[in-house]
Ligand binder design. Structure first.
Ligand code: LMR
Length: 397
């Protein structure tokens, strides 16, 4: 039966982790996967997480099955974070939220749900987008196409191209949008441009699916979530996938969520019931630990304040690395003006390096980025940045 199974290609992002692990170069640097490392090159275990875990250890609980849609206190914390505590959207009961296995899990539950309710819809993702968007929506059975996004010449967003593509999309088309910190380019659209997108989405009756994986890594928690309010104000249905992998440094716990904004509480109740069917027939119900940690932090005022501070520290350090990267690339002899790196936002920089240059960086220098030219600025520190810059300067020669 399996003799005809062909070997699938390695994952374009996570597959590089394995290659990195096996690399014996002592100077190797992993800038491939979107993970924040601190100044000492370590994956942080946030203080707010440690305190929540101590609280939980002091009052240990048995681990029964969670409800299919997850921990109630977690779901309501996600809802409050994404839509605003006390907001009309939350108070009206129009949001259906489930605990998911990371942001990816939220996207997949949402994709399966959409496939049920609108099986013939097309999915549009940005060109380029997170590699897994195309794969995930294709696996869910959709035809996936691109809307223009990145303009390589002006190093920014091709907003006219994007708006035109949305204006000509069929009603019901699912449009995957990066709520903040666009992955992989690092270029977000402005608040006014979001208004244009929201207006077109509303007029064309498109179905926005917002990927909110990097809330807090751009300009701040509220700032990065501001676009949600615009979609709420436009009053159409939309979905939001949330991730706490990066913002809580809880990658391996797989903590995320999916929220669906509906026309009424009654509709949201029905939507929730279908989301639960998607979950039950897939992984039954989510695990307990990560969700409990996040719920404890978000629902305990002093831990919440500590989290916001720790997240702000990560955001600030990434910005410092961007500035240093520009200066060090120049010092390493790169002639091209690389100052665009400080205009990008979030964890990534779309460096403009070609696939060949990225492969050389990896094979000759042990510096790992994604073939698209994306590098994770959040993995740079003052000890590895010189080596990274010298390596980039060499492949650009
Ligand atoms: C990334 O883009 O590197 C992250 O979102 C991690 C992943 O799952 O690909």
């Amino acid at each position: 039966l399996f003799s005809a199974v062909e070997k699938a290609p390695n994952d374009p992002i996570l597959g590089l982790n394995d290659q990195f692990g096996a690399d014996e170069n002592p100077r190797k640097v992993n800038l491939s996967v979107g993970v924040y490392y601190d100044e000492t090159g370590k994956l942080p275990l946030l203080e707010c997480v440690q305190r929540a875990e101590r609280q939980m250890a002091d009052a240990p609980k048995a681990r029964g099955y969670l409800p299919i849609d997850g921990i109630a206190a977690y779901d309501s914390a996600v809802k409050n974070l994404v839509f605003g505590a006390g907001s009309d959207a939350v108070n009206s009961g129009r949001v259906a939220t489930i605990q998911s296995l990371g942001g990816t899990g939220g996207l997949k539950v949402g994709a399966d749900f959409l496939k049920k309710v609108n099986p013939n819809a097309k999915v549009l993702i940005s060109d380029p987008s997170w590699e897994n968007h195309r794969a995930l929506f294709s696996q869910a059975g959709f035809t996936v196409e691109f809307y223009p996004y990145y303009d390589a010449v002006k190093r920014g967003v091709n907003i006219d191209g994007m708006l035109t593509a949305l204006e000509t999309a069929e009603p019901g088309t699912i449009v995957v949008l990066h709520a903040c910190c666009h992955n992989p380019t690092g270029y977000d659209i402005t608040s006014q441009q979001w208004d244009q997108v929201v207006a077109i989405v509303k007029e064309r009756k498109l179905v926005p699916f917002l990927d909110l994986a990097y809330q807090g890594f751009g300009n701040g928690i509220a700032e990065d979530g501001a676009v949600i309010q615009k979609f709420v104000a436009a009053a159409g249905d939309f979905l939001v996938a949330t991730s706490f992998s990066k913002s809580f440094s809880l990658y391996g716990e797989r903590v995320g969520g999916l929220s669906v904004f509906c026309a009424s509480k009654d509709e949201a109740d029905r939507v929730l019931s279908l989301l639960k069917v998607m979950i039950r027939t897939n992984y039954s119900n989510p695990p307990t630990h990560g969700g409990s940690v996040v719920a404890t932090v978000l629902n305990t005022p002093d831990l919440r304040a500590l989290w916001e501070q720790e997240l702000a520290n990560m955001r600030t350090r990434i910005r410092q690395m961007r500035t240093l990267l520009v200066a060090d690339l120049k010092a390493a002899g790169v002639k091209e003006d690389m100052s665009f790196i400080t205009q990008q936002i979030g964890m990534f920089s779309y460096s403009g390096l070609t696939k060949e240059q990225m492969v050389r960086l990896r094979n000759e220098f042990g510096v790992y980025g994604v073939d698209s030219g994306r590098i994770c600025v959040a993995a740079l520190n003052t000890k590895n940045i010189d080596y990274v810059c010298q390596s980039i300067a060499r492949v650009l020669q």
